[in-house]
Write a protein that binds this ligand. Structure first.
Ligand code: PAN
Ligand code: ZN
Length: 192
């Protein structure tokens, strides 16, 4: 970590609403299904959905910060409603590159589940409006929209945390969240 990184030393406010608009935002990311190919268990349904319009799965609106452990990044995620086969739309999921960095999520709209994994352990935390969910250091994390409207949440994490997507792309999560017989079910993931 370079000592010359410029820190944000003046307070400020950001405006956030239940649609996930963050004002101002300094970056926005859109993830379509084709950008997370191979992550859903039903490969055939995944291929068909990509061929049939390649749906927008989620968006992240962020206020970027210097990559310093004392800074806090603020962002919103808008995770759209939908399924690939029986599996609900979800984020790619990641470990923080600096593994001992935690994170806080705050539910703004809709219904979802935070899925976490660490070594052989797996946990889920339901999130709805008003719920604060804690991602401890060292846990991989992803969110899943289990409802029929956008699932929107705010996240706050250290400026130097970074995102390691590669480990999840290789190893996957031990659990997936599916709709079965009209119910939301957390299952042991079947590898694609
Ligand atoms: C979140 C996530 C966001 C998108 O802000 O980055 O929900 O998920 P992926 O990064 O897995 O695509 C967060 O956990 N940041 O650290
Ligand atoms: Zn994170």
């Amino acid at each position: 970590m370079s000592a010359s990184i410029e820190l944000t030393d003046l307070p400020f406010g950001l405006l956030v609403d239940e649609r996930g608009e963050l004002r101002p935002a300094t970056s926005k990311v859109e993830r379509r299904l084709s950008q997370m190919a191979g992550m859903y268990a039903d490969a055939e349904a995944e291929r068909a959905a990509i061929a049939d319009g390649d749906p927008l799965v989620y968006e992240v609106h962020q206020y970027d910060m210097p990559q310093h452990p004392g800074e806090l990044v603020v962002c919103t995620t808008i995770l759209h409603a939908g399924k690939v086969g029986e599996e609900f739309f979800m984020t790619k999921g990641h470990y923080h590159e600096v593994r001992d960095r935690g994170e806080v999520y705050y539910g703004l709209r809709g219904e979802g589940v935070l899925v976490l994994a660490r070594n052989d352990a797996a946990e889920t935390v339901p999130i709805g409006p008003g719920v604060v969910a804690y991602v401890p250091p060292h846990w991989a994390h992803r969110t899943v929209n289990t409802g029929s409207e956008p699932f929107v949440f705010l996240a706050v994490y250290p400026g130097d945390a970074g995102h390691d997507y590669g480990t999840i792309e290789t190893e996957g999560f031990p659990q997936s969240v599916v709709a079965r017989d009209g119910a939301v079910l957390v299952t042991r993931r079947e590898q694609a």
